[in-house]
Write a protein that binds this ligand. Structure first.
Ligand code: ADP
Ligand code: MG
Length: 692
């Protein structure tokens, strides 16, 4: 059992365009803790801060100043927690701060650059890396993604998210078992066997979060999001299971209601948020007090969910995100004050281990069976329990030849060795499962497409026509407005260029500028387009969200122009170029990898040849010398070793590239969904304006 306080870090966001100096200073000189001094400007000191003091000092484990990069933040903050979780303890990292102070940037990451990826993707990458290295245990990983909005929980990984409104989705509810353990009903745990699958789930959740958001419910600033990685591990042959989970929490903005000064619906929301952060604060105060027996976890959904991860057996870390400019002084002070209270809590980390009796029986049975098998196949040879790398490679080759051999009489002969026989079966099963999964995916895609057409057919004709008429009117008006603007732009341009390119109509040109060359004209404004863009369509089922109706030509035209003028299109272009670069790099590496593989095979062949020669020599002229080491073979072996090392380095680089490429593709798809959402919002605003 380890006892320690909650670690509290601070991160200062880089300012916007207007640089303001002298508001704060960071002192890193002290031995273990750093201190942050916030200096209240003179003109504010008598105002709402309501105190004559001119500066405030706060202590943090470490302070990440404006220029701190995401990898440094990950290394200091998240890596130690991830290590704890891998060892079987629970962990929580939460970001607290006002809206716009960098919580989402820190937890999930920026939407543009690969290097801007935040704690979640980096932690996933780290965890899967570590799991792969450790062959001493069998690991299972799941993820869940919960959003809490107005005290209701929603499953961000629920596939229904794509087609329904937030209110219509089943709510996640809290259940308590007799041992006071918390269970969440309607929150799915999705298995992720590798980094790629986990990243896909993260992006699915983020996209769902974005889709659910409307101008009336800016869920991202007013909701809490909890991304949880669940790991269970077991040593082969043991019945003890270790389970641990890591919560990565992006809290709602901590700003006070009074300042936002809004009424009606928004006020209800703001009040709720404040309430739930207020309850979080109460729980934290209670945890910090000595000898306090009752902790008010039940007051809010969030504190209930994090119950075993705030106090109790957990390694908890908080990141206070600060946007330190003059306007935000009081919010920054209140964030720091909250952080200081959190730093007082002492947690006890307990290893989460349990023995599963069912598993024990299964294991014993398996052991008996294995002993019987061994007995039946007594070979008389002594063996180590693991197959060597060379043996595995040999088996792989044998299986491959066997599978590719069209001769019905061909057999797979690996000798009377249970380990080899089992390995072959597992390998073949994996191959089979792999092809099965791709088949079912194709099938389900097909079925859902069929359903769509049936649904469309059942709509009321007249109502539809009337609505269509209204829409067309709107469209024409919006397009006329756009046309006017374009014309004006064209005139300005012409004026400046002194009519150099006379005769060409600017409008025509503008319409021919597409973001994607591969786009077909009829696919506009359906999310299919985002799908077309990526080569990895099959991995992103969420992008097939039904938009309900096809867009009219007019709307498509408008979308083209909107897209051209939208800032995000630059990001898409940049990323597209980067992606192309990476693809070329990966292709090049792949080719090189093949070369090295061929070389290794060639060297192996040479060694074999050498063996045969020496054996023949031994028969014809048996002499002492032949029993000594063969220098030629030694040399060949060193060469193989070298090539193998090269192979490994290149392979790892290729693996890294693959992850980066996938990440970039997901980022681009996200930007595209956002572009389409922005367009939807803009379009409906224009329509409403015109009706008014
Ligand atoms: P929050 O989630 O706290 O509301 P965001 O993470 O969305 O805030 O940050 C607001 C804006 O500031 C985003 O555009 C984000 O990219 C940017 N930003 C935040 N922190 C940083 C940082 N450390 N470096 C660069 N940009 C940042
Ligand atoms: Mg945010």
């Amino acid at each position: 059992m380890v006892k320690e306080t909650i670690r509290v870090y601070a991160r200062v966001k880089p300012p916007g365009k207007r640089q303001q100096a002298g508001i704060y200073s960071v002192d890193d000189n002290e031995k273990s803790l750093s201190s942050l001094e916030i200096i209240v400007p003179r003109d504010l000191a008598d105002g709402f801060v309501n105190n004559k003091r001119e500066s405030y000092k706060f202590k943090f484990q470490k302070i990440f100043d404006q220029e701190a990069k995401q990898d440094a933040v990950f290394d200091s903050i998240a890596k130690p927690v991830a290590e704890c979780v891998l060892a079987g303890y629970n962990g929580t990292i939460f970001a607290y701060g006002q809206t716009g102070s960098g919580k989402t940037f820190t937890i999930t990451g920026g939407a543009e650059r690969y290097s801007d990826r935040g704690i979640i993707p980096r932690t996933l990458s780290y965890i899967f890396d570590q799991l792969q290295k450790d062959s001493s245990k069998v690991y299972t990983t799941h993820v869940s993604y919960l959003e809490i909005y107005n005290e209701c929980g929603y499953d961000l990984l629920d596939p229904r998210h794509e087609a329904s409104k937030l209110e219509d989705l089943p709510k996640v509810t809290i259940m308590e078992d007799p041992d006071q353990n918390i269970h969440l009903k309607n929150l799915s745990l999705q298995q992720a066997t590798n980094e790629e699958e986990a990243l896909n789930l993260l992006f699915l959740g983020d996209t769902n979060r974005m889709i659910a958001e409307t101008p009336m419910n800016q869920a991202s600033t007013r909701s809490h999001c909890i991304f949880t990685i669940h790991i269970s591990s077991k040593e082969p042959g043991s019945a003890t299971i270790r389970r641990s989970k890591l919560h990565l929490v992006d809290l709602a903005g901590s700003e006070r209601v009074a300042k936002t000064g809004v009424g009606g619906h928004l006020l209800t929301e703001a009040k709720y948020i404040n309430l739930s952060l207020h309850y979080l604060e109460q729980v934290i105060i209670a945890l910090a007090e000595k000898n306090r027996s009752h902790i008010p976890y039940r007051n809010s959904m969030m504190t209930s969910v994090l119950r075993d991860s705030l106090g109790g057996n957990c390694m908890t870390t908080m990141i206070a995100t600060l946007s330190l400019d003059k306007r935000n002084i009081d919010e920054s002070l209140s964030t720091c004050r909250f952080a200081q209270r959190v730093a007082l809590i002492k947690n006890e980390e307990i290893l989460n281990e349990e023995i599963d009796p069912k598993l024990m029986i299964v294991q014993l049975k398996k052991e008996i069976q294995e002993l019987k098998d061994e007995l039946a196949l007594v070979t008389g040879k002594e063996r180590t329990s693991e197959l060597s790398q060379d043996e595995l490679l040999q088996l792989d080759e044998l299986i491959e030849t066997f599978l590719e051999d069209n001769d019905p009489d061909s057999t797979l002969d690996v000798g009377a060795d249970m380990r080899k026989i089992k390995y072959c079966f597992i390998h073949v099963k994996q191959l089979m499962n792999h092809s099965k999964i791709s088949d079912t995916k194709l099938l389900s895609q097909h079925i859902s497409e069929e359903k769509d057409t049936n649904k469309e057919a059942g709509e009321e004709e007249l109502k539809k026509l009337k609505e269509l008429l209204q829409q067309r009117d709107n469209e024409i008006n919006i397009l006329v407005n756009m046309l006017k603007k374009e014309k004006k732009k064209a005139q300005d341009a012409l004026f400046q260029l002194n009519a150099a390119s006379a005769g060409s109509t600017v409008l025509e040109q503008s319409h021919s500028i597409n973001l994607e060359e591969s786009q077909s004209p009829s696919s506009c404004f359906s999310l299919k387009e985002a799908k077309d863009f990526s080569s990895s369509v099959h991995r992103l089922p969420f992008l097939s969200r039904q938009t309900g109706e096809k867009m009219s030509l007019g709307c498509q035209e408008a979308f083209e122009v909107f897209k051209r003028d939208h800032a995000d299109s630059i990001t898409i272009e940049d990323n597209k170029q980067l992606l192309n670069q990476r693809f070329t790099e990966a292709k090049h590496l792949g080719e090189k990898l093949n070369e090295v593989r061929n070389k290794i095979n060639h060297l192996k062949g040479e060694i074999n040849q050498r063996h045969i020669q020496r054996a023949a020599l031994a028969i014809s002229s048996p002499s002492e010398e032949l029993h000594t080491l063969d220098p030629v073979e030694e040399k060949l072996r060193t060469q193989i070793e070298e090539e193998k090392n090269r192979y490994k380095t290149m392979f790892n680089r290729l693996k890294g590239l693959k992850v980066e490429i996938e990440h970039l593709q997901l980022l681009m798809e996200k930007v595209k969904v956002k572009l389409q959402k922005d367009f939807e919002v803009w379009w409906s605003e224009e329509s409403i304006n015109l009706q008014v």
